[in-house]
Design a protein around this ligand. Structure first.
Ligand SMILES: C[C@](O)(CO)[C@H](O)COP(=O)(O)OP(=O)(O)OC[C@H]1O[C@@H](n2ccc(N)nc2=O)[C@H](O)[C@@H]1O
Ligand SMILES: Nc1ncnc2c1ncn2[C@@H]1O[C@H](COP(=O)(O)OP(=O)(O)OP(=O)(O)O)[C@@H](O)[C@H]1O
Length: 283
């Protein structure tokens, strides 16, 4: 038997760093949304006992225990004393180290898929709780729907009927290490987007207000290290994007557009400037 789950990329419509915790992580307040750029994770029983085999269409992801999908399978095997072997195939579409939580979403998809394959009957909150042990973005990715996310990333409150729009994702050639960006956070210096106001705008489907409240405390740090991010933002704004922001710790920049025609024009325009460009919809 084999089971396939989609692993959609996420964007941070808002990301506020509130403080530093004693465990070294940061206290965050975020609005996260998923888009229809997705890896596909397929899990399949194999005859070898106690083996987790990882395969992928991408040469950029580790095919060993460092893979977030491996960590997810290992966690379930240890938590529920499962001795069966499994092969996990990751059909990779989301760029790696991009600020789009590709690895976390693969881990979440693996948790959901193995929950079915091994008939564990775990609820989404139970899978999200397990996911905390793999990475801060995993609990959100277990749900994969627009949500207010707080704490280290473990507290996820879905927003019903959120405002959706077209999204243009622009990924520069380089990747960014999330720990490097968090290490550079100076709480006295960073900006603080109004996440409450953003949540209200998203929940009320008030697009102009949603655009006005987009913000990311980490953006200035990543731009300081990689000025190309600012240039991409400016290009997207100049070409008429309704709103523009860096996702997560970067480097991917996303632009929001209400009209499909305009989104397609902007997408085609930016392709000459950056190689990796995707036109997607919020889920
Ligand atoms: C930037 C975001 O993508 C926003 O959604 C996430 O906060 C990052 O999530 P992630 O990549 O799953 O992060 P993890 O793998 O848990 O942590 C990577 C590193 O990021 C830093 N980190 C992450 C999350 C958090 N709330 N505070 C942190 O300081 C820590 O240095 C940690 O060692
Ligand atoms: N399944 C996976 N897919 C992508 N990267 C993976 C995976 N497993 C492990 N990794 C490693 O994780 C690191 C971060 O990759 P990922 O694509 O998840 O970054 P990201 O989009 O910046 O994540 P986030 O937005 O959660 O900070 C990479 O260095 C990669 O080698």
């Amino acid at each position: 038997m084999e089971i396939t789950e989609k692993a959609p990329a996420k964007i941070n419509l808002g990301l506020d760093v509130i403080g530093k915790r004693s465990d070294g992580y940061h206290e965050l307040d975020m609005i996260m949304a998923s888009v229809d750029l997705a890896d596909r994770v397929t899990v399949r029983e194999i005859p070898e006992d106690d083996v987790i085999r990882i395969q992928s269409s991408s040469s950029f992801v580790p095919l060993n225990k460092k893979n977030h999908a491996y960590k997810a399978a290992d966690l379930l095997k240890k938590s529920f004393n499962i001795k069966k072997g499994v092969e996990i195939y990751i059909d990779k579409k989301t760029p790696v180290a991009a600020g789009l939580a590709g690895g976390s979403s693969d881990a979440a998809a693996t948790l959901r898929a193995l929950n079915l394959l091994w008939d564990l009957k775990l609820s989404l909150p139970e899978l999200a709780k397990l996911g905390e042990q793999i990475g801060s973005d995993v609990p959100y990715c277990v749900y994969g729907q627009t949500a207010r996310v707080t704490g280290r990333g473990e507290s996820v409150r879905p927003i019903t009927n959120p405002k959706k729009s077209w999204v243009i994702l622009v990924k520069p050639e380089f990747g960014i290490s999330t720990p490097d960006i968090f290490r550079a956070v100076d709480l006295a210096e960073i900006s603080h987007p109004d996440i409450m106001a953003l949540e209200t705008a998203v929940a009320m489907a008030d697009f102009p207000e949603m655009l006005a409240q987009l913000g990311n405390s980490l953006e200035a740090i990543s731009i300081g290290k990689y000025p190309l991010i600012e240039k991409i933002k400016q290009r997207l704004l100049d070409s008429g994007a309704d709103g523009v922001l860096m996702s997560g710790s970067g480097p991917t920049v996303f632009a929001l557009c209400q009209q499909e025609k305009k989104a397609r024009r902007i997408c085609n325009g930016i392709k000459g400037f950056c190689d990796e460009v995707y036109l997607v919809r919020m889920l």
